[in-house]
Design a protein around this ligand. Structure first.
Ligand code: KIV
Ligand code: ZN
Length: 512
């Protein structure tokens, strides 16, 4: 029988650490449900001690999710570990993931601790955590750049204290596949009690090798857990991408000979959901989930695929959740058809009120756009998460006027804590005028560091999906808005970013 490879998703923790990718509790819960549908084995729901918001998100996910193990990160100290255990109470299956840096650089410059102090703290923390939860993961942060002799001592000690998973992070994405694979292999061979724990890989993508390194850790090193994120979301160049690692293991089962729990047909919906929630757009040529991942433009390729699809395709688009028939619904589609399509896309809305509200927006959209694609439906549903929250700012209506040679003007109506207000402004273009009209009232003083427009589904009839990234007092947030009118989409995105700026998060960085 083939070994099982555990998929540990950290989109909601390491992914969320990416500047601008912070999510609300409801957004995290929605993504956690999608990860459960995907049959992810372990969901790292957050870093409970980092902020009250993260604590509540871990707690809510621990209560709602039944089929995946729920994990909270915690630094190697009693306070963080107790907080993680508290947030995880009520979970069907709970894991505490505790970490401390072990590289000479991090110990000396960041922690200002001696190696002996770090070893002792690691040992004590695992002992403390083991009294609260049975499933304990330990990570030596910057493990790959740590002295192997010291690392062996630390890992042997924490396994002896009861750590059940040993994760070896390449925190700064410095590894090379063969070297990383051999690093894990050597640790497993040298540590006498290494067989008492499951070995895990956690690779960052700074040199574009996170997936390759993770796979080498599995194949050469014998790791049986991979830590990854949807779309490879994460700080700097991101983490190992879940969809790529999963499809590599599935497609090349002949080579890896490993079993996975993952139900891959929910991958595309998960990718869309994460992208729309965070505003991190997926590049068109991204493996598995990019819009072009299964598109054949050249005549020779198209001809080949029509004759026998495996001439140029190694995976089937529908196996990862791309629908074969792309035009799905129209203005005559009823509530049941809409609800069924949501189910087929792997989206389940919490209540009938949420379904009704999404269906109303679907009808409004169908009046303006004759063909509704899966991407439109997913955008509508992720909009639901914006409106479901008690947000400070909400879009109501927009009027804008532009003519060649004239200064564009915009008038916007939006709500502030439920009360309608109006703003008016001129601008360089209609989008500029509309956002200035909002700012004329809000006066946030935030700096816009990114503005991007993306057509949700190909044609000019498509909805525009706008991402706005704002920065204020050291905080960076992304807002996303979708509408067939890109000026309206821009205003929605701007208001969504302002809402995120308002929700003050004073969190502790995991690698701080
Ligand atoms: O990259 C890293 O080292 C981490 C640890 C906190 C596990 O994310
Ligand atoms: Zn990491």
């Amino acid at each position: 029988m083939a070994d099982k490879l555990i998929i540990f998703d950290t989109t909601l923790r390491d992914g969320e650490q990416s500047p601008g990718a912070s999510m609300t509790k409801d957004e995290k819960l929605r993504i956690a449900r999608q990860l459960e549908r995907l049959k992810v084995d372990v969901i790292e729901a957050g870093f409970a001690a980092s902020s009250n918001g993260d604590f509540e998100a871990v707690q809510a996910i621990a209560h709602a999710i039944k089929d995946s193990t729920i994990c909270s990160l915690s630094r190697a100290n009693d306070r963080d570990i107790s907080r993680a255990a508290e947030a995880l109470k009520g979970a069907n299956s709970a894991r505490i993931h505790t970490f401390i840096a072990t590289s000479a650089l991090h110990m000396e410059k960041k922690l200002r601790m001696t190696p002996e102090q770090v070893l002792e703290q690691a040992r004590q923390s695992v002992r403390f955590a083991r009294n609260l939860v049975a499933d304990i993961e330990f990570s030596p942060e910057d493990g790959y750049r740590s002295d192997p002799d010291f690392l062996c001592r630390v890992l042997e000690a924490v396994i002896a204290e009861g750590a059940t998973t040993i994760n070896v992070p390449d925190t700064v994405g410095y590894a090379i596949p063969e070297l990383y694979g051999n690093f894990i292999k050597t640790l497993r061979e040298r540590i006498p009690n290494s067989d008492k724990a499951i070995w895990s890989v956690h690779c960052h993508n700074d040199l574009g090798m996170a997936v390759a390194n993770s796979l080498a850790g599995v194949k050469i090193g014998g790791a049986r857990q991979v830590e990854c994120t949807i779309n490879g979301l994460g700080e700097r160049a991101g983490n190992c991408s879940l969809e790529e690692v999963v499809m590599a293991i599935k497609t090349r089962r002949d080579y890896f000979d490993l079993d996975l729990n993952i139900d891959a047909k929910h991958i595309v919906a998960a990718s869309r959901m994460v992208s729309q929630t965070t505003g991190f757009v997926v590049q068109p040529n991204k493996a598995v989930v990019g819009a072009n991942a299964f598109a054949h433009a050249s005549g020779i390729h198209q001809d080949g695929v029509l004759k026998a699809r495996d001439t140029y395709e190694i995976m089937r688009a529908e196996d990862v959740g791309w629908s074969a028939n792309k035009i799905v619904l129209g203005k005559l589609s009823g509530r049941n058809a809409f609800k069924q399509r949501l189910q087929e896309l792997g989206v389940s809305l919490e209540s009938e009120t949420e379904v009704n509200s999404a269906f109303t927006r679907f009808k409004e959209l169908a009046d303006r756009k004759s063909e509704i694609f899966d991407e439109d439906i997913l955008a509508l549903v992720s909009d639901e998460s914006v409106t479901a929250e008690k947000e400070q700012y909400g879009f109501v209506s927009l009027f804008q006027q532009s003519e060649t040679g004239e200064h564009p003007r915009a008038r916007i109506v939006f709500t502030v804590d439920g009360h309608e207000v109006r703003g008016e402004s001129e601008g360089n273009g209609p989008v500029d005028a509309s956002l200035k009209a909002i700012e004329s009232h809000v006066k946030s003083g935030a700096e816009m560091v990114l503005y991007s427009v993306n057509a949700i589904s190909g044609s000019t009839e498509s909805q525009g999906e706008v991402t706005v990234r704002l920065q204020n007092s050291g905080r960076v947030v992304n807002g996303v808005g979708a509408d067939p009118d890109i000026v309206v989409a821009s205003a929605k995105a701007y208001l969504s970013a302002l809402n995120k700026l308002q929700s003050k998060a004073d969190r502790v960085a995991a690698q701080g």
